[in-house]
Design a protein around this ligand. Structure first.
Ligand code: PMP
Length: 384
């Protein structure tokens, strides 16, 4: 096996496609320092700038001093602190759901919920938007069930596929994201919910990139659409500034996941410092409308600037703005040239995105200024 590993890596390197971990340090807000140079960081998920917020940092320290650094066990053993229950209640109130559950990560939640659900109905068919996050594809594969992928955001086709194949299935699950992580576009949740109800399908929506950023009080797109989604997944690792994830839904659903979801049952409960940061973020985020408006305005400025320069920004209309390049080599070269000019814009390549759609994925934060966007646009003007 090691020979094969060495050969695979050598081949990647020969093609200039080797992935490596490149350390950096935080710089001034919205910036990072790499190899001694300060770069504008336009590729992180710290959408509300909360990773270095004083309130979050203080509560992290307070809860650590009070409760320790670790939760000592998984949730069903001795890992459930009173604070887990309190944060889950706060989260359910924030999301407007009956109940909520904490998970160690969005990856872990997505990788394990499908198996828990489909074991109740072995004849389940899962209908998934073709570009949903890799962790959901993994979770669906782990459930070993039939998966039907529908073209990205094509709800007419989803409706048709459900009409054609739905009646053959014992149960139907629909899976999508409310804001897509790589294109920055949105799903029409009002229509999707109607389709789900019409075909008696269970609806799962990943709100990783919408939580904190969109909807009333930052509660996400399902709240904005005013729809009832059966199961919402979201993370604390993006706009909420720390780590971990949640599932929000009915009390019945959460009670079931506590009994059946391996990602929750067999993993150590979130530790007090992280719980403290989540608790503080849940206090702050609802009041951050001004930050959300600033972020939306920055994204608009970036999209318009890129489009003026002739770039394709797909259907982005959120804080995630892709600059579609196409080829992997050209995308990597563009990212390198941007970095030389002081801008960090990370190249995203297949298999993370479909073949032929390599891109620079810009992801903005409310700590950025208009000048940062203009710097990027100027750098692009000089490099391309
Ligand atoms: N879902 C989506 C849509 C994501 O973009 C991500 C993170 N890249 C995840 C889930 C995984 O979340 P986490 O980082 O908490 O594991």
């Amino acid at each position: 096996m090691l020979d094969r590993i060495a050969a695979a890596l050598a081949e990647r390197k020969r093609k200039g496609l080797l992935r490596t971990l490149r350390p950096l340090a935080p710089g001034k807000p919205g910036h990072v320092v790499r190899e001694g140079r300060e770069l504008i960081d336009l590729s992180s998920n710290d959408y509300l700038g909360l990773t270095r917020n004083q309130v979050l940092m203080k509560r992290c320290i307070q809860w650590t001093e009070h409760l320790g650094t670790g939760s000592r066990a998984s949730r069903l053993v001795t890992g459930t602190l009173e604070q887990h229950a309190a944060v889950e209640a706060k989260l359910a109130a924030f999301k407007g759901s009956e109940a909520a559950l904490l998970f160690a990560s969005g990856w872990q939640a997505n990788a394990s919920i499908f198996k828990a659900l489909v074991k109740l109905a072995p004849g389940t068919t899962i209908f998934a938007d073709e570009v949903v996050h890799a962790s959901m594809h993994l979770g669906i594969a782990a459930a070993g069930k039939r998966q039907v992928r529908f073209p990205h955001n094509d709800l007419d086709e989803l409706d048709r596929l459900l009409a054609e194949q739905g009646p053959l299935a014992e149960e139907r699950i629909i899976v999508t994201e409310s804001v897509f992580s790589m294109d920055g576009d949105r799903c029409d949740l009002v229509r999707l919910t109607e389709i789900a109800r019409h075909h008696d399908a269970f609806l799962i929506v990943d709100e990783a990139h919408a939580t904190g950023v969109l909807g009333p009080r930052g509660a996400g797109l399902s709240a904005e659409a005013g729809v009832d989604v059966d199961l919402v997944i979201g993370t604390f690792s993006k706009a909420l500034g720390s780590f971990g994830a949640y599932v929000a839904g009915s009390q019945l659903l959460c009670d079931y996941l506590v009994n059946a979801c391996s990602g929750l049952i067999y993993s150590t409960a979130l530790p007090p410092p992280v719980l403290g940061a989540i608790d503080a973020a849940l206090d702050l985020v609802p009041g951050m409308d001004a930050e959300r408006a600033h972020l939306a305005a920055l994204a608009d400025r970036l999209r318009k600037g890129l489009q003026r320069q002739g770039f394709d920004t797909a259907d982005s209309d959120t804080q995630i703005v892709p600059l579609l390049v196409g080829g992997e080599d050209e995308t990597l070269a563009l990212a390198r040239r941007l970095e030389e000019q002081g801008v960090l814009g990370v190249a995203i390549r297949p298999p993370t995105v479909p073949p032929g759609t390599a891109r620079i994925r810009f992801a903005l934060s409310c700590v950025h200024h208009e000048d940062d966007i203009d710097c990027l646009l100027e750098a692009l003007g000089e490099t391309v």
